[in-house]
Design a protein around this ligand. Structure first.
Ligand code: DAH
Length: 339
């Protein structure tokens, strides 16, 4: 029995010394000191030992147990220490490494185009003003010569809060708000978000942006309108750009026109970009209707003016040659970074 004990002890100590993981130490503990462990089963053989020998052998078994337990504990501490040292080594911070860069994002093409439009008009002495996105029917339609039942309302169906309040379908109500303030002359642009109950596709969105323009003063004529918008088009799309005024109808201007610019891609020869026509439509405009002036308490015999409305997305898509409006609303930085 003594030899057996000696053998178990030696074997256990050898295994402990060779252990390189805490789990292994635990396995060793179980296999020697556990309920069914080797040392425990050795104790069960005590009944075969002579009564005189029993205390001595018992003492030896206990000593062996204590020794193994002690070594297990030491090995455990040593392993834990080693693990901690390794972790600390791994976590050492190399202060000479370059710092992580914060991704700064990128201006949206709409923003870039708007800033360009604002720069051009501010340069011509215009003020930039704002109006509310939630607007009265009265301002969005009535005071722009679009009474209830007018066919122009069909093209600008929008989202209604109630009978008299809606999400503005155009920035034109800012014209009315500015004129009502009664400070003349007026030279302003009003950029902002507008809404229509349109389905989303490559050229439509239920929410987009317009830039309204309004000039009211004594003696303003259609020539001023033409000169101003031609200057704008040249600054925006290049000095070679030609403009064309096509007669059109808007309820709040008379006469009214739509403005085309010569295709800046092909110079007017006709290409895929301008659908072969050589021209690209960019805005609507006209001389402010005398009835609109009257509704805003401005005397049409004394004052006259012109107005225009530009689709911001349209300008951005044209300028940056983007072929799908939906790309503008996804806010994918990889897309935005191209402009
Ligand atoms: N508000 C018009 C629209 O959304 C665009 C427009 C046309 C604005 C002519 C104007 C204008 O100021 O004079 O279709």
């Amino acid at each position: 029995m003594k030899e057996q004990l000696e053998k178990i002890k030696e074997e256990a100590l050898k295994q402990i010394a060779a252990s390189d993981a805490l789990e292994k130490l635990n396995d060793i503990r179980v296999s020697y000191l556990g309920k069914k462990g080797q040392l425990t089963s050795l104790l069960k053989g005590m009944k075969d030992v002579s009564p005189e020998e029993r205390p001595k052998v018992g003492q030896m078994v206990n000593d062996a147990r204590a020794l193994i337990e002690g070594r297990l504990e030491e090995a455990k501490t040593a392993l834990a220490q080693k693990a901690r040292e390794e972790q600390l080594k791994k976590e050492v911070i190399d202060v000479t490494l370059p710092a992580k860069k914060t991704e700064a994002g990128h201006s949206h093409p709409n923003t870039i185009a708007l800033e360009e439009v604002e720069r051009i008009f501010i340069g011509m002495g215009y003020e930039v003003v704002e109006g509310p996105e939630v607007e009265y029917d009265e301002y969005n339609f009535e005071k722009l010569n679009i009474p209830k039942g007018h066919p122009a309302r069909d093209e600008q169906d929008t989202f209604y809060i109630n009978d008299s309040i809606l999400l503005r379908s155009q920035t034109s109500p800012v014209q009315v708000r500015t004129m009502e303030q009664g400070k003349l002359p007026i030279r302003m642009i009003a950029p902002g978000r507008v809404f229509r109950s349109d389905e989303v596709d490559a050229t439509h969105s239920p929410s987009f942006h317009q830039i309204e323009g309004l000039v009211i003063d004594k003696g303003i004529t259609f020539a001023d309108l033409k000169g101003t918008l031609e200057e704008f088009a040249k600054e925006m799309f290049g000095t070679e750009t030609k403009v064309k005024f096509r007669p059109h109808h808007f309820p709040f201007t008379e006469p009214s026109a739509e403005v085309d610019v010569s295709c800046f891609k092909c110079g007017g020869k006709g290409c895929r970009f301008c659908k072969g026509s050589g021209w690209i439509e960019i805005l609507g405009c006209g001389m402010v209707h005398p009835h609109v002036l009257e509704m805003c308490n401005i005397d049409p015999d004394e004052y006259s003016g012109f107005a225009f409305g530009v689709g911001l997305e349209r300008i951005a898509l044209l300028k940056y040659e983007i072929d799908d409006m939906r790309l503008l609303y996804e806010n994918d930085v990889r897309f935005l970074k191209q402009f």
